[in-house]
Design a binder for this molecule. Structure first.
Ligand SMILES: Cc1cc2nc3c(=O)[nH]c(=O)nc-3n(C[C@H](O)[C@H](O)[C@H](O)COP(=O)(O)O)c2cc1C
Length: 184
């Protein structure tokens, strides 16, 4: 399987990027995980739509080629970080590669409720007319890594908290099961 991660933080030592890298390492035997470079996308502008830059075309191609997409994001001001919303706006136009695409939402933050408010807004965006992604239902599948500072290895390491890893294994297993059902 080929999977894509869209990470909603551009920070070098981002917990969310490190969560994507944890998944890439942990599930290496089950799928290849590419991490999209959403920092290279320009600000969305309808004037650019006729001849979008290569970064936009690459991003759309990566989504189209993936069996499933992980959106792994922090919460900014109770909502979706602008850089992620910008990427989703690009994906919502032209060939609209997220339409029907299996998507799993997850996030890490230092707060006590993880990224719950962001995820609620994000699910709303993902169900909009231009996107219509096939999002894994939240019941039993929410990945909200709270108090992230205590759960990752050092300043730049992977997720090491055993309880979080066990829960991640089960929920990603559910996601892969849903994708296989659709592809059968
Ligand atoms: C502009 C901004 C707004 C933030 N708003 C929230 C918030 O609403 N809720 C929250 O839990 N954390 C908030 N945070 C803290 C982030 O959760 C924290 O910086 C986190 O480490 C960012 O994710 P990253 O490590 O993947 O970059 C905010 C941080 C920034 C920079």
């Amino acid at each position: 399987m080929n999977m894509l991660a869209i990470v909603g933080s551009l920070r070098k030592n981002s917990y969310n990027l490190r969560l994507a890298k944890t998944i890439r390492e942990r599930f290496g035997g089950e799928f290849d995980l590419r991490i999209a470079d959403i920092g290279s996308l320009p600000h969305f502008n309808e004037d650019l739509e006729d001849g979008p830059p290569e970064s936009v075309r690459t991003f759309r191609r990566e989504i189209a080629a993936a069996d499933g997409v992980f959106i792994i994001t922090p919460e900014y001001n109770w909502s979706v970080p602008g850089v992620l919303k910008n990427a989703l706006d690009w994906a919502s136009r032209d060939d609209r590669p997220l339409d029907g695409k299996p998507v799993m939402v997850m996030g890490a933050s230092n707060g006590v409720i993880g990224t719950l408010r962001c995820q609620l807004h994000l699910r709303q965006v993902l169900s909009s007319g231009g996107i219509q992604a096939d999002v894994l239902p939240p019941a039993g599948n929410e990945v909200l890594i709270r108090s992230a500072g205590n759960k990752f290895n050092g300043e730049d390491g992977l997720l090491t908290d055993e309880k979080s890893l066990k829960s991640l294994d089960r929920k990603i297993g559910n996601f892969l099961g849903e994708i296989r059902k659709r592809e059968a």
